[in-house]
Design a protein around this ligand. Structure first.
Ligand code: FES
Ligand SMILES: [Fe+2]
Length: 382
């Protein structure tokens, strides 16, 4: 194991009290990025998109996951499948990235090998002698599971059971009635000049709101009113008070609002799903790597009703705080070249960052990690 891997392992496994920021080089190093691709993004469950974004037959979402080109397709038989988006002939990506629609078949843009929407190879131009074995050239499939209206993919040949590792979350969510949220929206993807772990750490902790989001998030969901609820290396929940009570809530409950509904809940499903749940919506960003010093950040959400197209203020607010996050992550990335720092102490208010580091330690280095932790705040939600 390289010296940097040793340092990474030791830093990531530390519990609260001893935990520090990770060695800065792990946010820049190519071998670390390869290890994370192999042990995490190609072996663990990773968020794809909301199931509602693929509601119609023919809908697809194509994306790159740590170098692997993937398509998730709603087939004519009603099944949603995850499969390779590389042509079995010479590897050309088949469907263009992002959300789209397949009219009939999937046709490779290079030599027009043609696939059914379930990945079967149907036709090969000029193959008069029929020398291409169609079965051998089917597109490889990947495991796909749904949880809370969200799709997760696992590229491993032996995927673990996603639902059993996450079902501990359910008791905390009962007041929010997430099943009401049938209208999915968003899905646009940004490219940030920062390592994916910086974007995740920034997305999960509420410590920076008072500084980075002084005129946006801090006004309604201040750093000081945020708290840890429960979690470990598999998932984490934090919460925070919403200072300005929403009109919808007061109308609905006419002064009898259950207390948790005046709070947001942050749901972190590592490696990169960060959801913000309120009574009105479930919004998220999802982070995946693009090499050692860049990442993709996909935004989306779901609610009871489709978003109001005239609500420009809401859209502008979200764009403003996301830009603030992008700017700070890119600034931090520019500091990761320093060789003279060891990484500073992580505070109690950053406990969720420690959970994330424990996830990294567990999957990258197979070391034992800290157990489950729950605070008194949990009682309000259960
Ligand atoms: S690479 Fe797809 S048909 Fe040749
Ligand atoms: Fe932020």
């Amino acid at each position: 194991m390289t010296k940097l891997f040793e340092q990474y392992k030791e830093a990531a496994r530390q519990p609260l009290g001893d935990a520090c920021s990770l060695p800065f080089s792990v946010y820049k190093d190519g071998q670390v990025a390869e290890l994370e691709a192999e042990k995490i993004f190609h072996q663990q469950w990773v968020f794809v998109c909301a199931t509602g974004m693929l509601a119609e037959v023919g809908n697809y979402f194509a994306f790159t996951l740590a170098g692997e080109s993937i398509a998730v397709v709603h087939g004519k038989d009603g099944h949603i499948r995850a499969m390779s988006n590389n042509c079995s002939h010479r590897g050309t990506p088949l469907l263009s990235s992002g959300f789209g629609h397949i009219e009939k078949n999937i046709v490779c843009p290079y030599h027009a090998w043609t696939y059914a929407d379930n990945g079967e190879l149907k036709g090969v131009p000029f193959d008069a002698a029929k020398c291409v074995d169609k079965q051998r050239h089917e597109l490889p499939k990947y495991a796909l599971q749904e949880l809370m209206g969200l799709l997760f993919i696992n590229l491993s040949d032996n995927p673990s059971d996603l639902l059993s590792s996450l079902n501990g979350i359910n008791p905390y969510l009962k007041h929010y009635q997430v099943e009401r949220f049938t209208q999915a929206y968003g899905g646009a993807c940004e490219h940030w000049n920062s390592n994916w772990k910086l974007a995740v750490e920034n997305g999960i902790e509420s410590y920076h709101l008072f500084m980075v989001h002084r005129d946006t998030l801090e006004i309604n969901t201040p750093s000081k009113k945020a708290y840890y609820i429960a979690g470990d290396a598999n998932w984490s929940l934090t919460g925070g008070e919403i200072v300005e009570k929403r009109s919808v809530l007061s109308k609905l409950f006419s002064g009898n609002t259950p207390e948790p509904l005046n709070h947001y809940m942050l749901i972190f499903l590592p490696p990169g799903f960060i959801g913000i749940l309120t009574y009105e919506s479930f919004d998220w960003i999802a982070v995946t790597p693009d090499g050692p010093e860049h990442c993709f950040v996909q935004g989306g959400g779901m609610a009871e009703h489709a978003p109001d197209k005239n609500d420009k203020a809401g859209e502008e607010f979200a764009a403003a705080f996301l830009q603030e996050d992008k700017d700070i992550c890119e600034l931090v990335q520019s500091g990761m070249g320093s060789k003279h720092h060891k990484g500073g102490t992580l505070l109690d208010v950053e406990r969720i960052v420690i959970d994330f580091h424990q996830y990294l330690a567990k999957h990258l280095f197979q070391v034992p990690v800290s157990g489950f932790h729950e605070t008194d705040a949990a009682e309000m939600f259960k």
